[in-house]
Design a protein around this ligand. Structure first.
Ligand SMILES: *Cc1c(COP(=O)(O)O)cnc(C)c1O
Length: 384
């Protein structure tokens, strides 16, 4: 099969590195904009999925806001030129300095995950003579039907406020002078490919917003989070997620009232397919059942296989010889540093480029320096 990677140009670049297909990112953002704007939906990009500055520049040019989960991410969003009025900030453990950073910059909203956090935000805002906009992150107890490590909306998860605590939260909220209630927030998990989970979410959101209105708290913003999955098995067949049907689920499922806005926080579905990790084969080593293809990138550059048993499609873009089976492994001193077992690849030799597809989300941002390695570089299709 002919692949679309510019082999001649890539082969002289020092590996391992991330390769970003900027044309695909742009086409993805165009689709996203078309299908969200059609319903008047607002999208915040989940910056934790990829915080690469060139990627952010492209995303910003499409007018998206940013969803942050740390003060460092808030700072990165500001540095990348996003307006504070488009920044929302979630996370179960916001430190005081992170809250202060948000307050000092007048960000759009804090998505609050507990009563003590709400009280601290109020206290810090009072000291600054400010008013914090807050949304309550509620745990809807909806099963996202995804890997348990990336499920966040079940009652046993640490995220959000559980429904049995809502009475108490509302009591506290009404007494606080330096926070104003913006709306309600949900995020049930990541890599969700079964849209029925989002339908279930809509049912819960409708019930919960009804309850808030009964308490005389009007949720102007309904933030349904992110989580739309991508096709890791066949990235060439499905390079762009089905945003049309995804947004349709919310259009049909949510009961909206006057002046309400629906917000989304998508990460993986925007950046996932646009990035690949490019590695080079160091050695072919005989194993017991199959051969090992030992490449120069590993879990330090792309941890998802080791962390969540995630699958990434693996391709040898240098060879077109008949296929053989290889265990593709990295150089790190951990047995979990393996990208795939018994992978069919064209006959592979030292020096070939091996590409891990669909690595644009939760790839480069999760890179570490374990074994004292250096962080991977990045290369862009439009700057080769
Ligand atoms: C991680 C996260 C997202 C984005 O999830 P994706 O699966 O990448 O779309 C959105 N909102 C919150 C609060 C998150 O923690």
């Amino acid at each position: 099969m002919q692949n679309s990677f510019p082999l001649q140009k890539l082969q002289n670049i020092k590996t391992p590195f991330y390769y970003y297909d900027m044309e695909l990112l742009e086409r993805t953002l165009k689709q996203l904009r078309e299908h969200s704007q059609q319903h008047g939906f607002v999208v915040h990009y989940a910056i934790k999925s990829n915080a690469n500055l060139r990627v952010l520049e492209m995303i910003r040019s499409f007018g998206l806001g940013v969803d942050c989960v740390s003060g460092f991410e808030v700072q990165r969003a500001l540095d990348a030129g996003f307006a504070p009025s488009g920044i929302v900030f979630a996370g179960v453990g916001k430190a005081d300095w992170e809250i202060e950073l948000g307050l000092d910059n007048d960000i759009a909203c804090f998505n609050v995950e507990s009563i003590p956090e709400l009280e601290i935000i109020n206290e810090l805002a009072a000291k600054k003579g400010k008013h914090a906009h807050v949304a309550l992150r509620i745990n809807p107890n909806v099963n996202a039907k995804t890997h348990h490590y990336i499920t966040t909306g079940l009652k046993e998860n640490k995220f959000g406020i559980n429904q049995w605590d809502l009475d108490k939260v509302v009591g506290v909220l009404k007494k606080l002078q330096h926070v104003s209630f913006e709306g309600i927030h949900f995020h049930i998990g990541s890599q969700i490919t079964d849209l029925s989970s989002f339908k279930d979410l809509c049912v819960r959101v409708n019930e919960i917003q009804e309850w808030f209105i009964q308490q005389q708290l009007y949720p102007r913003v309904i933030n349904v989070g992110g989580g739309l999955g991508i096709d890791y098995e066949d990235p060439d067949q499905h390079p762009i997620p089905d945003f049309e049907n995804y947004f349709k689920v919310f259009k049909e499922g949510l009961t909206l009232r006057d002046d309400q806005e629906v917000h989304f926080e998508l990460g993986r579905s925007i950046t996932g397919q646009a990035g690949s990790l490019v590695t080079r084969v160091l050695y072919i080593k005989e194993g017991v059942k199959t051969k090992f293809a030992i490449v120069d990138g590993g879990m330090t550059e792309l941890i998802r296989p080791a962390l969540y048993q995630a699958y990434h499609k693996i391709e040898n873009i240098s060879s077109a010889a008949p296929e053989e089976k290889y265990d593709v492994v990295g150089p790190i001193c951990e047995s979990s540093d393996s990208f795939g077992k018994a992978v069919s690849l064209p006959k592979t030799s030292r020096g070939d480029l091996i590409v891990l597809r669909s690595a644009g989300a939760y790839g480069e941002v999760m890179a570490s320096q374990y074994n004292l390695r250096s962080l991977p570089g990045s290369v862009y299709s439009d700057k080769l």
